[in-house]
Design a protein around this ligand. Structure first.
Ligand code: SF4
Length: 304
């Protein structure tokens, strides 16, 4: 038996970064401390309502559990969970049920919204003939669904379950796409969206999964059938190899990007906010992301 470095209990987790073996209790302590630290780094108004994007998957499940724990008695008043039903056959029903069980157990208000209701079609139908663009299409509609619902629920901020791995992948994807405004953090301000916070942003996916297992929060769930088409899947594989061979790679990527943004923010002002030529929504170019997707799907005229 390998013992925990902090006590003599059975170790359930090994961190290649610092060579530490941790038992369930000490792994939980570590994850809770990191999440509390991230949460404290955001400026949140007293009693501000926080919408939590709850897909029902492992990351958002652990996030809602931790937010509920960290907010204590105020959690039920301050948190509202939002689940977006994109309409993905053989996937979404089970994660929706998991999300319902969790919010019921924690006594947290839960709102479910669907692409069908908001945009007039489910994702499976939207992707006929466009399967390889699944995540781009899904991402744009889901972001809008979450933001719109969060604002309607009176939230001032939206918490998402992005963990350290997701954050490192996003940084790398921005480079692969040559997306300078995102790399430098010079996106325009005042886009009408409420701010997003990522309390798990320094917790690795492995820590999230082990935490969820130790806390008995996770059950086996299907994977989204469109995952295989995503650039993210390739980046995830590559980063996984790098992290294994050079522990700490993901944290260095994320912290390096934060340093870059801090440096650039004093030198380059955010790009100007303009209005979409098509729908008038605030955006950074001439056409907003939603209209670009509507064009791609040949859905002009179906905008709601
Ligand atoms: Fe949407 Fe892609 Fe995530 Fe599936 S993997 S839920 S299509 S973003």
């Amino acid at each position: 038996m390998i013992a925990c470095d902090r006590c003599n209990e059975h170790a359930v987790y090994f961190s290649r970064g610092d060579g530490a073996h941790l038992c369930g209790a000490h792994l939980m302590e570590k994850v809770e401390a990191k999440t509390a630290g991230m949460l404290a780094s955001y400026t949140l108004a007293d009693n501000e309502r926080i919408a939590v994007a709850l897909s029902g998957g492992k990351d958002s499940t652990v996030l809602l559990w931790l937010m509920n724990m960290l907010l204590g008695k105020r959690a039920a008043d301050r948190l509202v969970a939002i689940t977006v039903d994109e309409g993905i056959r053989d996937y979404r029903d089970e994660t929706l049920a998991a999300a319902r069980r969790l919010t019921h157990r924690l006594g947290i208000r839960h709102i479910i919204v669907s692409f069908q209701d908001l945009f007039g079609a489910d994702l499976d139908s939207l992707l006929i003939g466009n399967r390889e663009r699944a995540c781009s299409v899904c991402g744009v509609y889901r972001r809008q669904a979450l933001q719109q619902t969060a604002v309607e629920a009176g939230a001032g901020v939206l918490a998402t379950g992005h963990c350290l791995d997701d954050e490192a992948q996003s940084v790398l994807m921005n480079y692969l796409r040559g997306d300078l405004t995102r790399i430098a953090g010079t996106l325009p301000e005042g886009t009408g969206y409420i701010p997003r916070i990522k309390p798990l942003g320094r917790v690795s996916e492995k820590e999230v999964v082990v935490y969820g297992m130790v806390a008995s929060l996770l059950s086996p769930l299907p994977e989204c059938p469109y995952t295989a088409h995503a650039l993210r899947a390739e980046v995830r594989r590559a980063l996984g190899v790098l992290e294994y061979r050079f522990p700490g790679t993901m944290l260095r990527i994320v912290e390096g990007e934060a340093d870059l943004k801090r440096t650039v923010s004093g030198m380059v002002p955010p790009s100007a906010l303009s209005k979409c030529d098509r729908c008038g929504a605030p955006c950074s170019g001439t056409i907003c992301q939603r209209c670009k997707i509507e064009d791609l799907l040949d859905r002009r005229g179906n905008l709601q």
